[in-house]
Design a binder for this molecule. Structure first.
Ligand SMILES: *Cc1c(COP(=O)(O)O)cnc(C)c1O
Length: 389
């Protein structure tokens, strides 16, 4: 599956029109990703994890495709509400919810929650009596870039007692959820989690508390600077087979974030300075760790940097524009020699990038362009013409 990627010409045409840095999002690519997921994992009902990219055009695109939404805060619910998205299309999937969040959930009709501790039960029951609840279990996965199981999820052995207590408090114990960790490179992590869930579903049935919903979370991977070592279609199909085998009747939800939006956005950034340090050239970019490259810190991400230049490659280091020395985008990258004003294309910039960017040091956040609105109408014509010449 290919990422959205501007050509050199397309990048330069846009950069002649808009000052760098800027982001270019392809809504068609988001649709392609959504269709890919639905095709390879056809039983899942998608709840887009909007924390990965809450930009309005992205969210509206997901809504138009029929997605529901995974929200984690009052702010995210408010944001969806203002875009006209009903609370019945949301799951409040933060195991620990704020009072403000619970009040908004009650107001907007959000009545699906996840939790992983007894202390959450009375909070949910007081705010939204009779709500549907899923208990989040901890799963083990060494093959994920971002481990979410250090902070979230109860040990499987405690899950059913929590659901029983939720029932007693007047909530509806509906099922189980898990998250194998973000950018997971293993289908096995899901397959093993599903085995644990099956055992819990059987035990719940025996306790007279039949469960009907299973939420397999997010975690599906996209290419980084190192590419992508797994076949995502194969991975999704393997999960699908395990679901058919173990959960033929159960309603299945998933909460993908990165997979849906990550490959749909490019950053265009320029070299604004150079330095010679210990025999190596450093390039100072007009975008850094406090902006789109925030994923370096928060998401442990390694960004691909494409210069479109030819020539002998040398080891170089890329830093951002701020006056903070944490602001290293990448060290020791093999790169042809660059000049001031040269532009770099950074693909796969759609998830956990702009979402966690700041305006630290007065650097504005990179604006967001929509490719399908920007692309020249006659583009198709000159592509054919250049192929002929
Ligand atoms: C972050 C998160 C997701 C999305 O994870 P991806 O790896 O981006 O697919 C889904 N569900 C929950 C509860 C999350 O915290």
């Amino acid at each position: 599956m290919r990422s959205f990627r501007l050509t050199e010409q397309e990048m330069n045409d846009l950069a002649d029109k808009y000052p760098t840095p800027f982001l270019v999002a392809s809504l068609d690519k988001i649709e392609e990703n959504y269709d890919f997921l639905q095709r390879n994992l056809s039983r899942v009902h998608v709840f887009y994890a909007m924390k990965s990219n809450p930009a309005e055009p992205v969210v509206q695109k997901m809504a138009s495709l029929g997605a529901c939404f995974d929200v984690a805060s009052a702010g995210e619910m408010e944001c969806l509400h203002e875009m006209g998205i009903d609370g019945s299309r949301m799951i409040y999937a933060n195991p620990v919810k704020t009072q403000q969040g619970l009040q908004l959930a009650a107001r907007y009709g959000v009545n699906r929650f996840t939790f992983d501790d007894v202390s959450e039960i009375d909070k949910m029951a007081a705010a939204v009596p009779g709500a549907d609840v899923l208990v989040r279990i901890r799963v083990v996965n060494e093959k994920a870039l971002v481990n979410l199981n250090a902070k979230f999820g109860v040990e499987p052995g405690e899950a059913l007692s929590l659901l029983q207590q939720a029932e007693k408090a007047g909530l509806h114990a509906k099922g189980i959820c898990f998250h194998v960790g973000s950018q997971s490179l293993a289908a096995e992590a899901y397959e093993e989690a599903l085995l644990v869930c099956r055992r819990l579903f059987d035990e719940a049935e025996a306790l007279g508390m039949p469960l009907t919903m299973l939420d397999i979370g997010g975690g599906f991977p996209i290419p980084s600077a190192e590419g992508l070592s797994v076949d995502v279609a194969g991975m999704m199909q393997a999960i699908g087979r395990q679901l058919d085998r173990l959960f033929p009747e159960t309603e299945i939800w998933a909460e993908p974030g990165r997979f849906l939006c990550g490959t749909a956005v490019n950053l265009v950034t320029s070299v604004i300075g150079t330095k010679q340090r210990a025999g190596q050239t450093w390039y100072v970019l007009d975008e850094g760790l406090y902006g789109t490259f925030s994923g370096v810190i928060f998401d442990h991400w390694t960004f691909e940097l494409e210069s479109f230049k030819h020539g002998k490659k040398r080891s170089a280091t890329f830093v951002g524009p701020s006056c903070d020395s944490i602001d290293f985008v990448r060290r020791d990258v093999m790169m042809p020699e660059l000049q001031l004003g040269d532009r770099l294309l950074v693909p796969n910039c759609g998830a956990y990038t702009s979402a966690s960017a700041t305006t630290f040091n007065g650097f504005a956040m990179a604006p967001f362009l929509i490719w399908e609105e920007e692309k020249p109408a006659q583009q198709h014509v000159y592509k054919v013409a250049s192929a002929v010449s």
